[in-house]
Design a protein around this ligand. Sequence first.
Ligand SMILES: [Zn+2]
Length: 85
Amino acid sequence: MAYKCPRCSQPVQRGYSSTAQVAAGLVGALFYAAFGDFQCAKCGKIANHEFPPEVRTKMTMMSLILVVCAIAVAIGAFFLLAAMQ
Ligand SMILES: [Zn+2]
């Protein structure tokens, strides 16, 4: 998913946190990807409200999909653990 920086039109990336990944594994990483800030190589951190409304709508949809995936992974892991006991 490549969004454009509202300031310089360069592609921006999600700021991934290795700490969140270590702390909570895949689910934590997914949640961080859904709600983390964007990073522009030139401008640094970009707040969500700086993006145009149609881009923010798309981001919200992507965030919802990521959250659904995270919940599905959590439920899958739960049943896997339950089945192993
Ligand atoms: Zn920028």
